[in-house]
Each structure stands twice: as C-alpha cells, then as structure tokens.
Write a protein that binds this ligand. Structure first.
Ligand SMILES: C[S@@+](CC[C@H](N)C(=O)[O-])C[C@H]1O[C@@H](n2cnc3c(N)ncnc32)[C@H](O)[C@@H]1O
Length: 201
C-alpha cells in the first residue's frame, strides 16, 4: 500500500484541496479555448477533485492514477454522483503501454513532482495528445524542501519555471505559458502553484 492509498479516504475532507482544485479548474478554463466536444485525460487524478470541477467542460474525462486507494474513492464518487462522462483508469505511464485513445487536453495537479523522470512523462503526455491538443500542468514552484511535512522525500522540490519550459519544449510542445493559479498556505509559508499550458503542434 502506498502513502496515497492510506490518505485516499480522508483526501476530500481537507477544504483547501477542494479550493485548490477549483482554482486550477478556473485557471484552465481561462487559459484554454475549451469546447464541449473535447476529451480530456487527468493524470494523477487522486480522488478526482480537479476533474469534478471540470466535469461539465468536457465530453469525456479519463482519470488515471497509480493508487488503488485513490481510484476506489474516485469510483465510489462517480457512482454516487451518477456523472456519465468520467472514467477511472489505473495507469502508470512510466511502465505501462500507452492507451490507444488520444485526447484533446491532458492535465495534472500536484502530480508531476511525484514522478521521478519528468522528461519521460512529458514525452508520454505529448504522445497521448491529438495534434492541436493542450497540456496543462499545475504544480509547485521551486521550494526549499519544507512542503512535504509527512516525511515524503522521493519528490522533486517543485520546479523552476524556465527549466521546466525547456523540458516541455524538448518534448515537442510549443506556446508554453505560465500563470500562478493558486497559493498553498502551509507551515506559515506560501507555496505558489503554477499552471503551465502548452500546445502539441
Ligand atoms: C498530491 S496527489 C494529487 C491528487 C490530485 N491531483 C489532487 O490534486 O487532489 C498526487 C497523485 O499522483 C498520483 N501519482 C503518483 N505517482 C504517480 C504516477 N507515476 N503515475 C500516476 N499517478 C501518480 C498519486 O497516487 C496521487 O493520487
């Protein structure tokens, strides 16, 4: 069982996580020319907070995660709310074969810093997008290591925007734009959360 399996049942009891997801959803809506016919992939969806906030913006949303605990909570939430367009999917893009589907938008929130090989996952996102599709990554700006207070160590300490832009462009994306979508207040400090958007040519 991973740390996220253990935390899944209580994940939605933190109002700040819900607020964060809603703020990032609003930032995605403001940044992209969304159309109701579009399909989306959320990678590292957890309990689906961000995708529930975007549920009416897409024709269908595939919600991928590696944590069975998160996916169990998500599956129950989808059943309870009877939404017709959200599909939970167990997927680890660092080892699993690429799914056959291609998406108009791929987005993630607070997941990139948990994935060791950033270049590899960016290439996988590129491959999963249809031509003209959009990547949206919301994650921590570079931090000093104080963000994870639960002993988690095997993470990136946020991302420096210029360096991440170069990595995103090296994966093939164009039109990289950053904004600040939210700020997490924790342990008396402010941790800004950027939203990166980029286009697959
Ligand atoms: C900090 S949580 C964020 C969850 C959700 N996006 C949110 O903001 O509420 C990170 C999520 O990424 C998932 N995750 C970690 N490594 C992953 C990987 N290699 N592939 C897919 N998901 C991963 C975890 O299981 C967890 O659900």
């Amino acid at each position: 069982m991973t740390n996220f399996d253990e935390r899944a049942k209580d994940w939605d009891s933190d109002p700040k996580k819900i607020e964060r997801a809603r703020a990032v959803a609003a930032a995605i809506r403001a940044a992209l020319p969304l159309q109701p016919s579009m399909t989306a992939l959320e990678y590292g969806c957890g309990t689906g907070l961000l995708s529930f906030a975007l549920q009416t913006d897409f024709a269908s949303i595939t919600l991928a995660d590696t944590s069975e605990g998160m996916l169990d909570v998500l599956t129950a939430k989808i059943a309870d709310s009877a939404v017709p367009n959200m599909l939970p999917y167990r997927l680890d893009l660092s080892v699993d074969p690429l799914p056959a589907s291609r998406f108009d938008v791929a987005y993630s929130l607070m997941t990139l810093h948990h994935i060791p090989d950033t270049d590899q996952i960016l290439r996988q996102f590129f491959a999963l997008l249809a031509p003209g599709g959009w990547l949206c990554v919301a994650d921590l700006d570079a931090e000093d290591g104080s963000f994870h207070t639960d002993g988690t160590t095997d993470v990136h300490l946020g991302f420096a925007r210029p360096a991440l832009q170069k990595q995103v462009e090296a994966a093939g994306f164009r039109d990289v734009i950053f904004s600040t979508a939210y700020t997490i207040q924790k342990i008396g400090k402010a941790f800004p959360v950027f939203l990166l958007t980029a286009k697959r040519p």
